[in-house]
Every structure is written in C-alpha cells, then in structure tokens.
Design a protein around this ligand. Structure first.
Ligand SMILES: [Zn+2]
Length: 82
C-alpha cells in the first residue's frame, strides 16, 4: 500500500497513507490528509486554524473476500476568511 495507490486505485487525492493493520477478518487502512491540502470547505481559503481531529472509519470496496475499512482523523478547522 502506498499514497500513490490511494490516488490511482481509489481516487483519494490529497491524503497520505499511514499504515494498515488486520483484525477481525478485516483490513484497515489508516490515512491522513496532507497538511498543504487543507482548505476551508466553504470558501476554499487556506488561512485556517486546525482544532484537532474527529476520528472516522468507513467501509470501502472489498479486496477479494476481505472487507476494507478506511480510518482517518477528519480535521476540524476554523476559517479566518469567512
Ligand atoms: Zn472559509
């Protein structure tokens, strides 16, 4: 697994592969947004402050018979522009 596979395989742009682990019959990929890709979701401004993360995990398309989950800390941001 690599950051390149995230982009070319799953279309996840602006995220970095961190690690993968197996457990309970499933494969979990941990990814995180690349800091330079963070922008305000409303105005797309880059003058933001980050206030921690909210951890989320969602299911993705299986690889063979293995269920795949992607885990990420969703950044909480405050925009200084809007
Ligand atoms: Zn904004």
């Amino acid at each position: 697994m690599s950051t390149s596979l995230l982009y070319h395989g799953w279309g996840l742009k602006g995220y970095r592969y961190v690690r993968s682990h197996y457990g309970g019959g499933k494969l979990i990929f941990t990814v995180q947004p690349q800091p330079r890709s963070l922008t305000c979701p409303v105005c797309h401004g880059r003058d933001i402050l980050q206030h921690g993360n909210i951890h989320r995990m969602w299911r993705d398309v299986s690889i063979g018979s293995k269920p795949i989950f992607i885990q990420m800390g969703i950044p909480r941001i405050e925009c200084r522009e809007c």
